[in-house]
Ligand binder design. Structure first.
Ligand code: NAD
Length: 288
């Protein structure tokens, strides 16, 4: 299969490298990065001969600009597979534009981070037609370990932001509960042993415990080096709030989590730290 790959950053470069072991991949990025794959001189050039064009870009605005450039250049019947995390409206607009050019589109944001991209163990949440999903499925199998077809265009992004809204809220709840437990004289190991096997359990506690030395290995055991950076969590919580406003959904906990991560990243020392570094943040604070 001929694949065009646009956006070869932290995630895109290792995903493209994995695909290039089995397919003919031509890449493009606005930054000159050594990737080990054949590079084209423009996004349109990378896309024009491809059966599937993958984009892995920073945001919806850039995705829309790149889509406007590549869609007229793509072969009829080819597929635009966007794996970026973007707003639901951009995903749906790009899919509609693809269709108007006789192309198919899939939005398939990922979870699993840079480690998942390198090891080919990402999870894809996909939106688009059954036909288009079937065409890109062999590529999901190379780049990842799981792909869930969530429905029509935009539903991959919808699934991703709902999941990450739960994650942001449960991480904050887990961190503030650890600090309350500390102040009540409860041992952290006892707290973990109880909560991880009780109704307060969650992925944030059981798999990614924010307390160093407790539970399985996590970024907390590595000085809160990401992992999943607080600013990426903030990006996803902002996307969730944009979607909630557009859909008239009442999401007070998602809003509170967004506001806390915004404060942590923009006004405190959260930028560049793992999103579980909310725990040392709460440790330093008092009630007023
Ligand atoms: P990144 O900033 O490292 O990579 C983005 C790349 O896109 C850069 O190399 C940039 O030069 C390139 N780019 C920007 N504008 C372009 C254009 N017009 N044409 C071509 N290339 C262009 O970001 P990343 O960490 O690789 O993340 C990519 C996407 O994946 C984002 O939407 C992010 O939210 C999502 N994501 C990231 C992670 C993670 O852990 N890094 C995890 C899950 C999802």
């Amino acid at each position: 299969m001929k694949i065009g790959f646009i956006g070869l950053g932290n995630m895109g470069a290792p995903m493209a490298a994995n695909l290039s072991r089995e397919h003919d991949v031509t890449g493009f990025d606005t930054m000159a990065t050594p990737t080990g794959i054949t590079m084209a001189s423009s996004a349109a050039d990378a896309a024009s001969d491809a059966d599937i064009v993958i984009t892995m870009l920073p945001n919806g605005e850039i995705l829309r600009a790149v889509a406007a450039e590549i869609h007229p250049a793509m072969k009829p019947g080819s597929v635009h597979l966007d794996c970026s995390t973007v707003d639901v409206d951009s995903a749906r607009a790009v899919a509609a534009q693809a269709e108007s050019h006789g192309l198919a589109a899939i939005d398939a944001p990922v979870s699993g981070g840079i480690g998942g991209a390198m090891n080919g163990t990402l999870t894809f949440m996909a939106g688009g037609s059954d036909d288009a999903f079937a065409k890109v499925k062999p590529l999901f199998d190379i780049m990842g370990q799981k792909a869930v077809h969530c429905g029509p265009a935009g539903n991959g992004q919808a699934a991703k932001i709902c999941n990450n809204m739960i994650l942001g809220v449960t991480m904050i709840a887990t961190c503030e509960a650890f600090v309350l437990a500390d102040k009540l004289g409860l041992d952290r190991q006892a707290m973990f042993d109880v909560v991880s096997t009780s109704s307060g359990s969650s992925w944030s506690m059981n798999t990614y415990c924010p307390a160093p030395g407790i539970g399985p290995q996590s970024p907390a055991d590595n000085g809160y080096k990401p992992g999943f950076a607080a600013e990426l969590m903030l990006k996803d919580l902002n996307l969730a709030q944009m979607a909630a406003i557009a859909a008239d959904a009442d999401t007070p906990m998602g809003q509170a989590a967004r506001d806390l991560y915004a404060q942590f990243v923009e006004a405190e020392d959260g930028r560049g730290r793992d999103f579980s570094a909310m725990l040392p943040r709460f440790e330093k604070r008092h009630r007023s």
